[in-house]
Design a protein around this ligand. Sequence first.
Ligand code: SD4
Length: 340
Amino acid sequence: MANRRDFIKKTALGTLGISTTIGCKDLAKGEQKAPVLPADYATVKPIIISTWKHGFSANESAWNVLTNGGSVIDAVEAGVMVSEGDPNERSVGLGGLPDREGKVTLDACIMDHNSNCGSVSFLQGIKHPISVARKVMEDTPHVMLTGAGALKFALSKGFKEENLLTPESERDWKKWLEQSNYKPIINIENHDTISMLALDENNNLSGACTTSGAAWKMHGRVGDSPIIGAGLFLDNTVGAAAATGLGEAVIRTAGSAMVVEQMRMGKSPTEACKTIVERIYTIHKNHKDMDYLQVGFIALNKQGEYGGYSLRSGFDYAVCDGKQGNRMEDASFKMEWNEN
Ligand code: SD4
């Protein structure tokens, strides 16, 4: 894995007297722009944290919403939409890798500080499932819609149906078909899912999680990402957590809800993530999934403290606040890939 310090560059934030390590050159699609930060932000609120490198540009978008009068739920929605709409992100929305039948099927959920939540699973043909999830939250008596019902609902709300399978993803799927070996390796080059957590200056949390799920999954498979409590959970009196990695393992352990409960019991975000990763390891160490198992969590508490931890090496996340700007951080981890 490349050294994170290689990526870091100074930005104009220094001229505001804000200590800055912002920007990751290799993350830029075009020129990387620093978020516009008010100069007098001395605290760590607002703060945004999101999974993997695509979290970096997602954070920028969320930050712009938050610092231009948008709500924290608006911010997390806008943030993860960046990854959903990017055809070069092969694990989310448009361009996501398909299931073994060549279908791109999407899972997403969103949750606000009042514990309102909305979710869609096994949704096809809609580029921004997170926005459909938000509509489920706001415009229906339900939390979760799935498959054809979710699509029907999305169309009724004016979403446009489109082909999300890009030529690149179709090519990779055809190549995969030659061996048809299902072994979802989730690492820094081959990750899935953007999960984003944010805390605004009024102390309110929101979270969003969206993915095309594990590549080459069975048709109809739903992972942890649309499941409140598994892929995402928050309690506005405590903190928020979100997951990435093998969804089956996260569902088996109600991962994100458990991380929040660890924070409720007084653990720091990193310690809380570590405790649940250790639990997942204990449950899975003799499991058939173990040779490719990866899980990682990010967490953010009400004080604006954050952290992440993964089972195996190679998990990183993006953090954006008014003190240090936007940057990538490597999560601590339990083991290397060649250990069992
Ligand atoms: C899933 N949790 O569908 C997602 C995939 C993922 O990093 O997050 N991979 O199982």
